[in-house]
Design a protein around this ligand. Sequence first.
Ligand code: PMP
Length: 456
Amino acid sequence: SFQGPSLENDLEFRRQHQIPNMMTTAYYKKPVRVHQGHMQWLWDTEGNRYLDMFGGIVTVSVGHCHPKVVQAAKDQLDRLWHTTHIYIQPTLKEYTEKLLAKMPGDLKVCFLVNSGSEANDLAMFMSRVHTGAFDIVGFRNAFHGMSPYVMGLTALSTWRHRLPSAFGIHHTVNPDPYRGPWGGKACRDSSIQTTRKCTCQEGECQAEDKYVEQVEDLFRYSIAKGNLAAFFAESIQGVGGTVQYPKNFIKRVYELVKNHGGLFVSDEVQTGFGRTGDHFWGFRGHGITPDIVTMAKGIGNGFPLAAVVTTKEIAASVGKAAYFNTFGGNPVACAVGSAVLDVIKDENTQARCYGVGAHFLSELAKLREEFPENVGDVRGKGLMIGVEMVEDKESRTPLKPERMMALFEDIKDMGVLLGLGGLHKNVFRIKPPMCISKEDANFAVQVMRVALSRMK
Ligand code: PMP
């Protein structure tokens, strides 16, 4: 049990000695102070147990303190921790060989770094160095990180500061079939379809064409000929609220990008490692092979590890000047990453995401039927799920923040941790450690049902 200072004491310390308005205090009225974790479970310092339906978003892929991952880290800690950028150490090869075996096509070179922001930073830099072009395009509503370089690519105003951080970056319309100007029943690449009214005729959905036109227009109007360095896209938007795109949209954008001489970068920070169930990488669900793939979070099950994977040609352009990263690819990170890949294979994690995810989505869809005014949309793939909450189903006005937060707190008090997302923070994000069972999914849905039935 925990013997340390009180929660209030801890909070006061944060108020005095940390950057204010941090996420911890923005999330819950009474923040959760976690003390211990095991697989899909977390315990707070008061001994309360929570079913963690959000750990995956933060980093945990195969389970909190998964014994095999812990053991691999311990063994390596006993053996060696050092930089790998001056000395050769065997875990780098062991790990990156395994990781690269999961990559399609010519994606044969891997740079290891320490965070998602760092990975996207490097991908931006790589694309500019390789193409000799400068302009980068991403989606409104995307989150790609917080370093000054990628902060400009992240297009959610909550995360932006009044600084010129976006030189050469353009944001195109978010192709969101639920909240965007176009979209409807037949549009989305999803296992559960929305019940939204379609702005197009049934069976003749134009959302895909309309959103592609927006990208074409952006290229035409805003980018000098030959100056497209890269297009960045998450395979499903995470922080933005589990937003899926119209069916063939990414594939068509990919082709457009190629025609304009740019590179396509897939940000797999949230969607990689089997989470979407049908594929190991989210981009495979869109039928493309990107030029650069960035990954973080689940890659290390909570350990600081991230990667950029690309082709030999692109890597060669970066190799024209020295690249150094003290901790990138350090032996402990490699040992952990390697153990995570082993667990994913041994425990059939991807298949679990597929099966449990489909069950979870269909159980959540029942909530949409039971609470049609407020549960606006249920969407996702595998164990990357979003539930969009609204004031009423006609207007789709986002659920008011005070109602949303009260629901969120109630769900937490009943022992289930969810995430929040979207520009309006009206989307429950469900991204559990990938080891959850159907019973866990049922429990989470039941808790949501109880909270919804007593929502004011
Ligand atoms: N890309 C995506 C899609 C993310 O969700 C995040 C983090 N939320 C990042 C990049 C940045 O990762 P990090 O916080 O490790 O820098």
